[in-house]
Design a protein around this ligand. Structure first.
Ligand code: CUA
Length: 338
């Protein structure tokens, strides 16, 4: 008798605890990009669709679970009570619980299709192209019209539509800037296309979202959204060759000896095997090593000394054999490349 009355209360308590747990799981320090904090028209549409479905699902959850809990408690078996009534073959009931869920699913389907084809349609607006190239494991960004090549960081102007061409010559990656737009796969042998537009200036985290090998989780980048003037200044700066003062630094010789086979600096001799990022304006970037480290002289020195410690399996060998003074010269040279 006592046992039977405690169990429903226990069930209600367990359910409430579960709901609280799920709700609280979203709290805490925000260190990643949040797609529910949209800053572009596509992300806004996607977040809107998410909330719409979540609200419908929550209403249904509360109604169904409420009815269930009410019935479990109110009509529970009691000693000497009557046998449960049977509903098998009740046509109106069968119709109601077939038609109501069908209508709910149909509404969600129509709203989803509308978001896909109308909400996410590219605005009729002048656009320029950026190629996002997935390497193992870092992102290269090429601006064919502006003749700019960079890595780890894509700079775009606020309020403008940017056509993104997604290219890979290795494995499948996926390109995602959660606060600006949804994911698009990057597939070897075909050029997928998407577009981005940012409503406001700022820095937005991007990541690879398709497992692509050992360092998939360390294949990050950032999208830096600038106002028109800032973007034009960036373009002008990126189009320049390194200054003569930079090229006269002692670290340039270290670079020419050790790094030139994999990394290009515009205006210097090109090798055939440019597997690493173009470093012409390395010093102007915030991130290095596929977004794993911020660009500080200390981090850069540690990275070159032993890249494998930070990103095991990456293509860049450790350079533990470079004498410390040469390493300092190399770091000073690379950081001077603004
Ligand atoms: Cu590239 Cu995961």
């Amino acid at each position: 008798m006592k046992f039977a009355s405690v169990r429903p209360r226990l069930a209600v308590f367990a359910l409430l605890a579960l709901i609280a747990l799920v709700a609280l799981a979203g709290c805490g320090e925000q260190n990643g990009a949040n797609f529910l904090n949209p800053s572009g028209p596509q992300a806004e549409q996607e977040a809107g669709l998410f909330w719409f479905i979540l609200i419908i699902a929550t209403i249904i959850f509360v109604l169904v679970t409420g009815a269930l809990l009410y019935s479990v408690i109110r009509f529970r078996a009691r000693p000497g009570g009557p046998a449960a009534r049977q509903f098998s073959g009740n046509t109106p009931l069968e119709l109601v619980w077939t038609i109501v869920p069908s209508v709910v699913l149909l509404v969600i389907l129509v709203v989803t299709i509308n978001t896909l084809f109308v909400g996410l349609a590219k605005p009729e607006q002048e656009a320029f192209t950026v190629q996002a190239i997935g390497h193992q494991w870092w992102w290269e960004f090429r601006y064919p019209d502006q003749k700019i090549v960079t890595a780890d960081e894509m700079v775009i102007p606020v309020g403008k539509v940017v056509d993104i061409e997604l290219i890979s010559n290795n494995v499948i990656h996926s390109f995602w800037v959660p606060e600006l737009a949804g994911k698009t796969d990057v597939i070897p042998g075909r050029t997928n296309k998407m577009w981005l537009k940012a409503n406001n200036t700022g820095t937005f985290r991007g990541e690879c979202t398709e497992y692509c090998g050992q360092q998939h989780a360390n294949m990050n980048f950032q999208v830096v959204v600038q106002d028109d003037t800032g973007f034009q200044n960036w373009v002008t700066q990126q189009q320049q060759l390194p200054s003569e003062a930079s090229q006269a630094m002692p670290g340039q010789k270290v670079f020419a000896q050790r790094c030139f086979t994999c990394h290009l600096i515009n205006g210097q001799p090109e090798s055939v095997n440019q597997v690493g990022p173009n470093l012409t304006h390395f010093g102007s970037r915030d991130l290095i090593a596929g977004g794993v480290l911020t660009n500080t002289p200390e981090n850069l020195k540690a990275w070159i000394h032993d890249t494998q410690q930070f990103k095991p399996g990456n293509d860049m060998p450790a350079f533990t054999a470079i004498p410390d003074d040469q390493l300092d010269e190399l770091v000073a040279y690379l950081e001077s490349l603004q």
